[in-house]
Design a binder for this molecule. Sequence first.
Ligand code: MN
Length: 296
Amino acid sequence: MVVAKFGRDAAWEEKFSVLSSQKSHILNLSTDNCALSTRPHRAGILPAAGLYGFPFPLPTMNPLSRRNAIKTIALTTGALATSGAFAQPAATPPEVFKLPALGFDYDALEPHIDAETMKIHHDKHHAAYVAKLNAAIAKESSLASKTVEDLVAHLDAAPEGIRNDIRNHGGGHFNHTLFWQLLKKGAGGPQGDLLKAIEKDFGSFAKWQEQFSDSAMKVFGSGWTWLVLRSGKLAIENTPNQDSPLSTAGQPLLGIDVWEHAYYLKYQNRRVEYVKAFQDVIHWEFVGARFKELQG
Ligand code: MN
């Protein structure tokens, strides 16, 4: 417990209370020496902070976070008031959208993509997009009959109040659902009409690989790099966050998730290695079938 550093609960509470009442600051709790300090919050305005039932237990640290010598915990009244500890549990919204099965074992893509990443990525990250999409849809029952493709392709049709949720969580659900399907170890390269189209629009498959990797390296922050069918031609495009080419009338054939959650456990900052590894697990047969289907 952090209070040990401060001698007694009251001393910790007092110092925390003083520091946290400073607007526009994040309270840093350094877990290597249990020091308290403040620094400016880049987003600017934070609500006035207060004390809500401290002392509190420190989060349990796993070995990964333990290696990061300092854990920063942002504590504001806003965050506290809406946290599970203080808010009434909300009713679970209807499960309109469901998390699809991964379709293969977590370790099926080893060593290119590790089992733990696959498990967390699918079971936690994708599941969270689905849950939050369902929560958004629960506010607008007329949307419950639509497919996720419909929702993401026609963001303007969504009520303004939940449009951003559909963009982020609907996009996240659609993008990841496609992502799991286009992964397979040892699936070779593109064939047939897809290979011809790649050669026509990019010069050669090798040039496509190079251009796709370059593009994936250029995604700043979190996002995706796509092979898109747009206006009858193939193109490589990047989107930020969980934006999908569907929202701009493009049809994604394949995409690489370059959010850090997709590779950080194994590759850390070495995105270039992850991008290369991804190219070894593209399920080209699936992508070719999708290309044929979308061409109609
Ligand atoms: Mn992801």
